[in-house]
Unconditional design. Structure first.
Length: 282
């Protein structure tokens, strides 16, 4: 059974039509949460995956999980290549992507998932908190997408999905730095999509709501809770979740895989919210 602590185990069952056999895809933020779920589901669909993250221990766990998804099936883990990467370092981004292509072949697509959360009212927010959100959530997306776009443009094929947030379009008290950085990533991705469309390359966005990841759990540690998020908070002008549940990472990954797949071959510039109705699908 798929559980919140077991991302990506849906595998082929979640995507009976989305076949990634022998396609090479890069996944950032792949050590845990949504990124790990995306990487595992892609591997389960036959993809070659280059998984990058700052968390080297988490990348090691991803190798273990990839093998466990199909016990005795050595080719599963063989299709996974990992490397540590700080997306804030443009030079290192280019270097790692070149290494990934040398190891796994030409890239066919990107899932840009790496992101961080900084909480705080604007009046108390520090420069460092603001800068960290933008450095990773916006500039990091730019670095990785630029490097991948250059390669895909030459081949005139491929797809890019940026994992943003429903906070990019819906104001959240205490989340100004995060929301603003995700709004930047969303609009950047749309602009990139316009530029790449003439080359046959699609660029889309998946905007999750509250998802059972380490990031969400850190918010609960600051005084929120699963129940409070589901119920909403009128005092903070925040709606609850109509489906009355927190998303699992594999549910967000399913949306990412759809937009990367040929099943979404005529979809580009789209922002797909996966939030259980929390923003009334605005």
């Amino acid at each position: 059974m798929n559980t919140p602590s077991d991302p990506g185990r849906l595998g082929a069952a979640a995507h009976p039509l989305a076949d990634f056999q022998d396609r090479h895809l890069l996944v950032t933020g792949a050590a845990s949460g949504i990124g790990a779920a995306v990487a595992r589901q892609l591997i389960a669909r036959g993809a070659r995956v280059s998984a990058v993250d700052l968390d080297e221990a988490g990348l090691g766990r991803l190798h273990t999980h990839a093998a466990q998804d199909a016990p005795g099936h050595a080719s599963r883990s063989a299709r996974l290549w990992t490397a540590p990467l700080d997306v804030r370092d443009a030079g290192r981004v280019d270097q790692v992507i070149a290494q990934a292509e040398a190891a796994q072949g030409p890239l066919h697509g990107l899932a840009s998932v790496a992101g961080v959360l900084e909480m705080g009212e604007v009046a108390e927010l520090t420069d460092a908190q603001w800068q960290r959100c933008f450095d990773i959530n916006a500039t990091g997306v730019f670095h990785v997408c630029r490097a991948v776009a250059r390669r895909l443009r030459e081949r005139r094929e491929g797809a890019i999905v940026t994992v943003s947030s429903n906070a990019a379009t819906t104001p959240r008290a205490g989340m100004a730095a995060y929301a603003a950085s995700k709004a930047a990533a969303t609009q950047f991705s749309r602009c990139l999509g316009l530029e790449l469309a003439p080359h046959g390359i699609r660029v889309n966005i998946v905007s999750p709501g509250s998802t059972d990841t380490a990031m969400q759990q850190a918010m609960w540690a600051l005084g929120s809770s699963r129940e409070a998020v589901i119920a909403g908070d009128p005092g903070r002008w925040r709606l609850g979740i109509p489906l009355a549940k927190i998303a699992r990472p594999d549910e967000i990954a399913a949306a990412v895989l759809f937009l990367l797949s040929d099943q979404a071959s005529h979809i580009t510039l789209h922002d797909l919210r996966v939030d259980g109705g929390a923003t009334l699908d605005r």
